[in-house]
Design a protein around this ligand. Structure first.
Ligand SMILES: [Zn+2]
Length: 258
């Protein structure tokens, strides 16, 4: 199954399969690819939810959002030996994969698509969209909210035509089998929604022609935290995506859509 719930087509399934009976070559491991959760579970790397949230450097939850080249955590990157020494110090058992000759810490790359586009990004996007829909001074009801959002998305899409255009439905924002809003979308759809959702977040905190949003019920006490986090996250996401989208656009065939 794909992440949007659709099945892979036969063509997609056959694309990378070897024919039965193909003789395999001697292998060389050049990259381990996974998300942070798998690295923590499978290789005893630091968990992304711990205070020091990165296994490659000493970033903390306070400074890890600084995505700039000058971000303070970039000066604390670990060497392979340092990583192994810290595992010994903290009595974390290192994976036997590290016995492979030549395998170093930097071969463990973070799969951006699964870690980020299909991870917290879906959560963040749906939360901002849902809060907007339920903000009664602006949206009469959920359906009107959705309509307004889709109309704005269309306008945004005309202004930035190189992005994937998405028409949102209610079940994409609040799926029936989830207790909280989480977007049902492909990685590209999610990534390309960030610019628009960032604008929504700016409106929700009162940066643009609207008073700041007031959350109700159990969320009342968290309104300030929501507003701070949502803008911080959307800014970081968009800074990061602008960089990756630009490099992606550079090699995209002329005239091709994403
Ligand atoms: Zn790091």
């Amino acid at each position: 199954m794909k992440h949007n719930g659709r099945a892979f087509s036969r063509q997609e399934l056959n694309k990378k399969r070897l024919r039965p009976g193909t003789k395999l070559q001697v292998a060389c491991l050049v990259q381990v690819r996974g998300d942070s959760e798998w690295y923590a579970a499978g290789f005893r790397c630091r968990s992304q939810s711990s205070r020091q949230c990165c296994y490659l450097c000493d970033a903390t939850l306070d400074d890890c959002y600084d995505m700039r080249e000058t971000g303070p955590h970039r000066r604390t990157c670990k060497s392979h030996i340092q990583f192994l020494a810290e595992c010994c110090r903290d009595m974390r058992q290192v994976s036997t994969l590290f016995r492979l000759p030549g395998l170093k810490l930097w071969h463990f790359t973070v799969d951006g698509m699964h870690t980020y586009d299909l991870g917290p990004l879906l959560d963040i996007l749906a939360s901002v969209l849902y809060v907007e829909q339920t903000w009664r001074p602006v949206c009469l009801n959920m359906a009107v909210g959705l309509q307004t959002i889709n109309a704005e998305l269309q306008t945004y899409g005309r202004a930035v035509p190189e992005l994937t255009q998405t028409h949102l439905t209610q079940s994409m924002i609040t799926p029936q089998d989830s207790k909280y809003p989480i977007l049902i979308a492909t990685a590209a759809q999610a990534r390309h929604l960030v610019g628009y959702v960032r604008q929504l977040a700016y409106r929700q905190v009162g940066y643009v022609d609207r008073p700041p949003i007031v959350l109700r019920g159990a969320m009342t006490a968290h309104a300030a935290q929501y507003r701070r986090l949502v803008v911080q996250l959307c800014d970081a996401l968009s800074a990061c995506l602008i960089r990756s989208t630009r490099s992606h656009l550079m090699w995209r065939p002329v005239g091709a859509r994403s």
